[in-house]
Ligand binder design. Structure first.
Ligand SMILES: [Zn+2]
Length: 134
């Protein structure tokens, strides 16, 4: 599978909101094989450098390290980039808790390390190119 287009929308805000959103640098839209698009991929400036977060559903999970509320499904905290434990179902969930747990996954993501690296490299290169434009 080939990545045929990467579009990056830089986030302008200096981010003094204190929400941790300032670590979100850009959104990416990636096209695969000229026929399949994934939107809402995030480029995040983590403690250990830039990384790519695949789109995930809205439910939030609280980081055990810093307490930041992240979108569930991410592997790393948006605020402190600590690796997040696998999502467990929220307390107080009823019989549909299994569905809720399902909803906490990435909407779309690579399942091989090779493709994940390829995807991340393409996105970060596009991000750097976009930044270089000024
Ligand atoms: Zn954290």
């Amino acid at each position: 599978m080939e990545i045929t287009e990467v579009r990056v929308a830089l986030r302008q805000s200096a981010g003094r909101s204190g929400t941790g959103e300032h670590r979100l640098r850009a959104y990416a839209t990636v096209t695969f094989d000229r026929c399949f698009v994934v939107r809402n991929i995030k480029i995040i400036d983590g403690t250990h450098g830039l990384f790519v977060a695949m789109p995930s559903r809205k439910p939030k999970v609280v980081c055990g390290q810093c307490g930041f509320k992240n979108d569930a499904g991410g592997r790393f905290c948006t605020q402190c980039s600590t690796a997040q434990p696998p999502v467990t179902r929220p307390e107080g969930q009823g019989p549909e808790s299994r569905d809720a747990a399902e909803a906490h996954r990435d909407i779309a993501h690579p399942i091989t390390a090779d493709f994940r690296h390829y995807l991340q490299r393409q996105i970060l290169e596009a991000y750097e190119a976009e930044r270089a434009k000024g």
